[in-house]
Design a protein around this ligand. Sequence first.
Ligand code: BGC
Length: 398
Amino acid sequence: MVINHNKPNMKKTFKSGVCLLLCSLMLLSCKDEKKSDMPETAETKTKSTIVKSDYATTKEGVKIDKYTLTNANGMKMEVITMGGDIISLTAPDKNGKFEDIVLGYTTPDLYLEGNPYFFGAIIGRYGNRIAKGKFTLDGKPYQLTVNDGPNSLHGGKGFDKRVWAATAIEGDAPSIKLTYTAKDGEEGYPGNLKVTVTYVLSNDNALEISYEAESDKNTVVNLTQHSYFNLSGNFAESIEGQELELKAGKYLPVDATLIPTGELKSVTGTPFDFTKAKVIGKDINLADDQLKKGQGYDHCWIFDDAANTMKSVGGVYHKASGRYMEVLTTEPAIQFYSGNFIDGTKDSKTGGKYQKRSGLCLETQHYPDSPNQPSFPTTTLKAGEKYSTKTTYKFSVK
Ligand code: BGC
């Protein structure tokens, strides 16, 4: 693997950056020397690379970098340090044609100024909703930022709106490690929480994500990733035509504000049954109270296999292109969100505007509102303990 860093914009950074640049060049030349000794394997079609470049600067003057990861097969992913957002990800179709299969904005400003749809973002400190933004831990009540009707969604001003520190990691496959430390009291949560998220673009065409965290006080944590996939590569084509399978015999019905009622309901005989691959649009418009509440699918499914180990939990298939994305995770549940609240106001990378159901999210996670629902598996992270989960989105064709 070669690590190339683009030359920074000299005009902008000349005064403050000369020393940094010289140091970086010295370091990089060491890396390149070391790498040039490495033999290339016969099956490697191209060298995997990571290229760092300037992306944009926030209104407050913070520089946001972009890392472009390319694996040995030519699959490419762009990640920015704002929110750890994945702003593009290509995958080959059955004819070997690479297309971008994740939604993203066409200009940096929407990523920098709030990312209204959470496109491609790392989500935390608590992914999904906490009722009324309140919970009690160790007998102490906490009030979080409320940002979704009466509830707290995705951590308030969460990890998607924070600038992460990034390090490119050497190895067979291109990889990037992102770190962010949330402060004690940030958005109302207790504990300084150090978070590390690593993206690997493996040479078997998988996006492997590891989440790690540690706090200095007892806290609650539920980390996930908010990429919107559309395997057609054409974002004007609704995801309703794609097939979904979820190895989950139960889901969590919600109230009018999308907080789980506490019931674990069987999917059998309901529109929520994806235990066998089913076209997403088949039941999505049925007159079902739960579908009405979510304006489509926006619910948490509970995997049959509750093991805290890596397991295949389902996947999405787009017949015309042949693209298939399998999901594997150590997590117990997944929020399948069918992009119901995309409102036709933002430009699409493939032309026109993003519409309702232009993309879907498969957010592996613990159950929503767990801090208030003692019957759900705990999301408490004790001081000094290690939070560690993994999720893989693996791409192939069939
Ligand atoms: C939630 C949706 C929400 C969306 C925001 C999803 O994770 O389940 O209800 O509207 O995030 O993009």
